[in-house]
Ligand binder design. Sequence first.
Ligand code: NAP
Ligand code: MG
Length: 500
Amino acid sequence: MGTISVAQVDPRVASFLEKPRKMLINGNWVDAVSGKTFPSYDPSTGEVLATVAEGDRADIDLAVKAARQAFDSGPWRKMSASERGRLIWKLADLIEAHAEEFAYLESLDNGKPLTVARAADVPLAVDLFRYMAGWTTKLEGNTIPLSVPYTPGAKYFSYTLREPVGVVGQIIPWNFPLLMAAWKLGPALASGCTVVLKPAEQTPLSALKLGELIIEAGFPEGVVNIVPGYGETAGAALAAHNDVDKVAFTGSTEVGKLIVHAATGNLKRVSLELGGKSPNVVFKDADMDVAISGAASSIFFNHGQCCCAGSRLYVEKAVFDQVVEGVAEKAKKIRVGPGLDANTQMGPLVSVEQMDRVCRYLESGFSQGAKAIAGGHKTGEKGYFVEPTVLVDTNDQMKVVQEEIFGPVVAAMPFTDPEELVPRANDNVYGLAAGVWTRDISKAHRMAEQLQAGTVWINCYNIFDAALPFGGYKQSGWGREMGHDVLNNYTQTKAVCARI
Ligand code: NAP
Ligand code: MG
């Protein structure tokens, strides 16, 4: 696995990485109050990629103060909805103009192939901002006829207003750094909120690049503040802050529960997009080529570091061997390497911790009797690479079947009929997504109804769109990202009642 120097490839990215990156507070790039910095690593080599200001409680305090001022008395609230929409649209245009830089930063900081960042992460982020720009002018209330039985004969004129919730704290993970920033910022800005965003410690760079474009687009100072730092310090301070009106979090269910506790001080609103262990169900009447490719990409896309990864593969008994061997063949052919290498189809995992975590799960599976028919180990002399892995001889009780691995590991299990399958597929604390592969449309839609998941994909997987709501049942979260639904996270309803 050869190393490619970014300086040879894109000088704009090289110069971005050269300087220590600061944090964005009240429209200015500033150092941490403590003066501390932390490294961001290139997971394909384990080497330091860039140095970043390390935000903590004091920086969060300053950022929240700026966001509060921008919300309460800055020009942001006085802007028309249309002006707000134009700023968001302009930000989308700027991201598009800098698409190559973002693709490189994502690939270097997270490890994903440059080709994937170009094709998925960056254009989806652009599209999300454009979709949300359109919402600014459509956040309407209702007029409501009243009957009020105890004031006979009285007339009222009543209506609702949809108002922004205020200052929002947003905490995001490392698996789609730019896209997660977009999912969070887009609807918050469309709703008229102001934001303090904390990117993941592993991948702060694209959010900081985005901060430059937010300034260039002309957002008033303090509307978006970006404080990189660690979860236990900066993240926890943001979630607990008494002057934050709402916290939006994407990450592990474990930390999601900490966020809920931290929010109790001022009862701030909370939305959560958490983990998953999504069942992917292949029936014997499916188009086999499509189902096999789909099952492989449902787990191997983004190296399995997707909250909705199709990590429990249930295959109807008659076609179990065919499907599982087909997925294993695909797994063995995936070219694993550094993200910048044009031949790479799967990059490293994001960090040494994540690689070790995935390897511990593999060991646990093997010790409980699971067998790898593809992969099963880490690979490469340096960097955090794990082979695409297909596990068989698994059962519903194993940790590798019950718990989120967040790596390129699928556990395959046979089933006999839908009656037997549905309770097994639903027997999990998570409920984020599910996949169904069949040519029988009635069966497909019956399954869609019965599976406890926020998203059900039929004969496709990992299809995301700014217009399609995404989020979890059960312990996969509260609230939805994207679509109409996400605006509920960032607006509150005021009822106005006038006697006339
Ligand atoms: P995580 O700890 O949940 O991280 C998500 C975000 O929360 C990061 O910005 C993190 O900051 C922050 N954070 C951590 N502890 C916090 C706290 N006490 N208060 C406030 N914010 C806090 O996830 P991870 O450790 O990176 O990954 C662990 C596992 O989480 C993965 O293996 C996977 O199972 C799951 N995960 C799920 C998603 C998803 O999309 N649903 C995404 C990533 C990970 P720092 O990064 O700076 O610590
Ligand atoms: Mg990194």
